[in-house]
Design a protein around this ligand. Structure first.
Ligand code: IPE
Ligand code: MG
Length: 278
């Protein structure tokens, strides 16, 4: 017997894809951001709102993440950064921390399967943060994902885990100082090596390979930056839809990009000023 359910589902998926392509074509008449960053907030509130079990909000959040990543890459946004777990989140209830760590490890394995968006969009994944703070199996899984995707070059995903901006800046300053000390030891005329400049710190920033984000999206209506990308967001649009993270959808990406396009000329002017100062 014909599988009408399956046929209707396939037809619906194709229709959505065509509609999305059309919307993205129209959006592409204007400038498309290079880099979009997400603070994925509101997973636990989603669980409560829908009377789900503990952790189900995080699971739903992962499904939303996969769709949003697909939309970003389809639209031509090359760099996406997500705030997956803050160093401050380690202070949450141990059972919740354990659950999120297990979920992350599980999802890392899934990401490496051939049928995921990592393969469809050639995503190179970088884990950014103080990775030694992660439980060993999670850190090893993260390192495996980074190795396995190291040759992908079409798109990039930065996953910030065990991350805070201050921690990252301190680590970059430490490394820059370390390099300067070695140079001072080796050099007779070391005057230039005595000062730490902005470029020295940027050189050691975990995300040095990417341009600064153009848009920072924080779901669930919150407008706090929560120690996320403080160094990189001086010239970035903040978009804060009311939707909880698992409720985020195509319309939020479209709206964020339209808002970016509305402010594009101003943002470009600011960026050029900053380049001149460096
Ligand atoms: C963010 O969602 C996910 C993580 C920090 C792992 P939350 O867990 O902060 O969800 P709310 O904000 O409490 O609803
Ligand atoms: Mg929260």
């Amino acid at each position: 017997m014909a599988d009408y359910g399956g046929m209707i589902r396939n037809w619906f998926v194709s229709l959505c894809y065509i509609m999305r392509s059309l919307i993205f074509r129209i959006l592409s008449v204007g400038p498309i951001p290079n880099h979009i960053a997400f603070i994925m907030d509101g997973n636990r509130r989603y669980s409560k709102k829908h009377n789900l079990g503990q952790g189900d909000g995080h699971k739903a959040g992962f499904i939303a993440l996969m769709s949003l990543l697909k939309y970003c890459y389809e639209l031509g946004i090359k760099y996406v950064t997500i705030f997956a777990f803050s160093i401050d989140n380690f202070r949450r209830h141990p059972a919740e921390v354990q659950y999120v760590m297990d979920l992350m490890q599980d999802k890392m394995e899934i990401l490496l399967k051939e049928t995921t968006i990592v393969h469809d969009y050639g995503v190179r994944i970088h884990f950014v943060g103080d990775l030694k703070l992660l439980p060993t199996p999670v850190r090893l899984a993260a390192e495996k994902v980074m190795r396995a995707t190291a040759n992908n070059n079409r798109t990039v995903l930065f996953v910030c885990v065990a991350y805070t901006s201050l921690n990252q800046i301190i680590r970059a300053v430490e490394e820059a100082c370390h390099e300067k000390i070695i140079k001072i030891d080796d050099c007779i005329n070391y005057k230039d090596e005595e000062v730490i400049m902005e470029v020295d710190i940027e050189k050691y920033a975990d995300m040095a390979v990417a341009p600064d984000p153009d848009i920072l999206v924080r779901s669930s209506g919150e407008t706090r930056l929560s120690n996320f990308l403080l160094w990189q967001t001086s010239n970035c649009m903040l978009y804060s839809p009311k939707a909880l993270w698992p409720e985020m959808s195509l319309k939020h990406i479209v709206w964020a990009v339209l808002d970016y396009q509305r402010h594009y000329l101003f943002l470009e002017k600011q960026r050029k000023k900053k380049m001149k100062q460096l």
